[in-house]
Ligand binder design. Structure first.
Ligand code: DOR
Ligand code: ZN
Ligand code: ZN
Length: 433
């Protein structure tokens, strides 16, 4: 199918395009960009009804979520590759990186292949598997990283925890550096965290819940930066939540370490003071922090120290999340709210321009992962997100297509709606009232 995307506001940082124009999509690729209404191919599209009127909407390279949990295999009651990628498409994502903490974990070439096999059957967006760092995510033996990369893994991560043995992590980083893939680090000192379930502070004391201090994250961020410096690995720091994480990333970059950092919408949208009581929909790892941390995360995203926005989409069942904060599992869903939260809390508040939003959600994530996409140059696959930044509505978890309804954002008024998500010129999501 060919397609005329008509009169949209193209935002493409890679090509420095920020203008109203048309796109002509032919055979799944961007074929022409400009003022095309008199173009004969476009006239043909019009005749065939192959037109998207993007008037008043932004046309952007498709978003890539560097950090999701799709739960398959092993926890299909929480999410599947089918439901999770459908939720991502609804959120404007044309690609996702599923973390390996499934059951069994994605820790060998066969399991990477299995994820890709299910994805090729059940997903309409790109799925870029992330392999585990160690066998069984047990932290003891480095996994077959080369085999997993050959099978299609695009990165490694021990997400859900840190590799506490620095000697083992060092070895894995050397291997990742040799293979040219990023290491995505979940930074949490296992010995320090204890039974902590929310940020250490006034709120945790008030609720009588054990706290997680900033240093739980910061000591591992520091360690991992030093390991990356020594091994020359490309280090991507997941879900950064503290002010010192941002400062250390800035310092590391200034000193030539190949490091990038992501921030999740919940960490720049909420502080610990927004937790209304013992409600596990506010429980995630790392936890909601203090306002000084949130302010630094927003400024870090603004000045480019923090290059990516990713969701850490972590679906759980209602039963699991109906427990107390102390007992419930960590994690909230994020695929279907990320764009609107970014528009509402970063663009509308002046931290990001619309172009910078595209950099943080598309251009940079694609570059960090080293996969095609993130720009709409002529000849590129037409992976496209069409959305606005002005429609206002109230987030309603009952409309989520994810199996997970565990969100603290239910009932929040936001700006920005995704209208279309396209992969290789095919409409994989379309908003319907
Ligand atoms: O909140 C989180 N949920 N943080 C993690 O590190 C893991 C994730 C999950 O798998 O549920
Ligand atoms: Zn994590
Ligand atoms: Zn995660």
């Amino acid at each position: 199918m060919n397609l005329w995307i008509k009169n949209g506001h193209l935002l493409d940082p890679a090509n420095q395009r920020d203008e109203i124009c048309d796109l002509y999509i032919k055979d799944g690729k961007v074929a022409r960009i400009g003022s095309l209404s008199s173009d004969t191919d476009v006239k043909e599209c019009e005749k065939n009804g192959e037109v998207i009127d993007a008037t008043g909407k932004y046309v952007m390279p498709g978003f890539l979520d560097l950090h999701v949990h799709l739960r398959e295999p092993g926890f299909e009651y929480k999410e599947t590759i089918e439901s999770g990628t459908r939720a991502a498409a609804k959120g404007g994502f044309t690609g996702v990186c599923p973390m390996p903490n499934t059951k069994p974990p994605t820790d060998c070439p066969e399991r990477v292949k299995k994820v890709l096999e299910i994805a090729s059957r059940d997903s309409r967006i790109h799925v870029y598997p992330v392999g585990a760092v160690t066998i069984g995510q047990m932290g003891e033996e480095v996994a077959d990283i080369e085999g997993m990369v050959k099978a299609g893994a695009k990165a490694i991560s021990e997400d859900g925890k840190s590799v506490m043995n620095a000697r083992i992590y060092h070895r894995a980083m050397e291997e990742a550096a040799r293979l040219g893939i990023p290491v995505m680090a979940h930074c949490e000192d296992k010995n320090m965290v204890g039974k902590g379930a929310m940020n250490a502070g006034e709120k945790a004391r008030e609720l009588g819940i054990e706290g997680i201090t900033n240093a739980v994250e910061d000591v591992i961020v520091a360690r991992d930066i030093l390991l990356a410096k020594e091994t020359k690995a490309r280090l991507h720091l997941c879900h950064c939540s503290t002010k010192d994480s941002v400062d250390m990333i800035q310092y590391a970059k200034e000193n030539g370490v190949d490091v990038s950092g992501e921030v999740c919408p919940h960490h720049f949208s909420l502080t610990q003071d927004d937790i209304p009581g013992d409600d596990a929909n506010y429980k995630m790892n790392p936890p909601l922090r203090a306002s000084t941390d949130v302010e630094r995360l927003c400024r870090g995203l603004s000045d480019g120290t923090m290059e990516a926005i990713s969701t850490d989409h972590a679906p759980h069942s209602e039963e699991e999340k109906n427990q107390s904060i102390a007992k419930a599992p960590f994690g909230i869903v994020g695929s279907e709210t990320a764009y609107a939260l970014t528009v509402t809390n970063l663009v509308k508040k002046g931290y990001l321009t619309p172009m910078q939003l595209v950099e943080r959600m598309s251009t940079n994530p694609h570059r960090i992962l080293g996969v095609p996409g993130g720009n709409l140059s002529v000849g590129m696959p037409a992976d496209i997100t069409i959305a606005d930044m002005d429609t206002s509505y109230t987030i309603d978890k009952h409309t989520f297509v994810s199996k997970g309804k565990n969100t603290p954002f239910h009932g929040m008024k936001v700006y920005g709606r995704v209208f279309y998500t396209l992969v290789a010129g095919e409409i994989v999501y379309q908003y319907e009232e």
